[in-house]
Write a protein of this length. Structure first.
Length: 239
């Protein structure tokens, strides 16, 4: 889809310059060599047939990109319950795929811009050549198709931007969830740690050290101090 081709019409002869293979050109040549292929009177007919094939190819690629974005949208916004059985969303893979699609759409937009400029240049001055005037409707139809595909590329680009923002937002939510779990765990285990630290001090006179129920009392106090913050957070909806 890289735009390294040059098309020029001079005296009814179509001249193309390509620095790398372009699939649309090869497909067009193969189709034109078939016995049942339509007859091309001159370069103008070849240009129209070639550009229409390129536009069809671009439309097919954009359609595949749209289908891929539909699948990615479903995967990104899918319910989390389906990922609780050992399966975790790989957001890094999603970001890489979105980046690849965005790069492809950028190349498609560049190609459509070049095609639009080529078609406008070759279709201008309809009276300068009889064939230009006869194919004026084809030039206008090609321009309409190019504009329609450009709008479609812009729509797909906006979808990619939305999915990128959504993916980054979900990553932030997961990170916040992890940080919240660690924060709650530290708060829950802080009171038992404090109690254990108090009764772990090596002072000679501590009343509870000689108490027969001192150990069960300390353990129960630690459990209670851990359960109460958990219940409090649960009722507040923080867990």
């Amino acid at each position: 889809m890289a735009d390294d081709r040059v098309l020029h019409l001079q005296g009814g002869t179509l001249i193309t310059v390509r620095h790398s293979p372009v699939r649309a050109f090869d497909v067009f040549v193969q189709g034109a060599c078939r016995p049942s292929a339509p007859k091309y009177a001159d370069g103008f007919d070849i240009y129209v047939g070639l550009i229409e094939l390129i536009i069809d190819r671009l439309a097919e690629v954009l359609g595949q990109a749209g289908s891929a974005l539909d699948i990615m949208t479903q995967n990104i916004f899918e319910e989390e319950k389906r990922f609780r059985r050992g399966e975790i969303k790989d957001f890094r893979r999603v970001l890489r795929r979105l980046g690849a699609r965005g790069d492809m759409l950028s190349k498609a937009r560049e190609s459509l811009l070049s095609l639009s400029r080529i078609n406008t240049f070759l279709g201008s001055g309809a009276g300068s050549h009889p064939r230009r005037k006869a194919l004026k409707g084809h030039f206008e139809s090609i321009s309409s198709d190019i504009h329609a595909l450009t709008d479609h590329v812009n729509y797909l680009s906006s979808r990619i931007s939305l999915l990128l923002d959504a993916t980054v937002g979900l990553i932030n939510l997961e990170q916040n969830g992890i940080i919240k779990i660690f924060s709650v765990a530290s708060v829950v285990f802080l009171p038992p740690t404090l109690i254990a630290s108090i009764y772990g001090m090596n002072f000679e006179h501590m009343p509870e050290l000689g108490w027969p129920l001192g150990y069960p009392f300390a353990v129960g106090l630690m459990i209670l101090s851990a359960v109460l913050p958990y219940v409090f957070f649960k009722r507040k909806g923080w867990l």
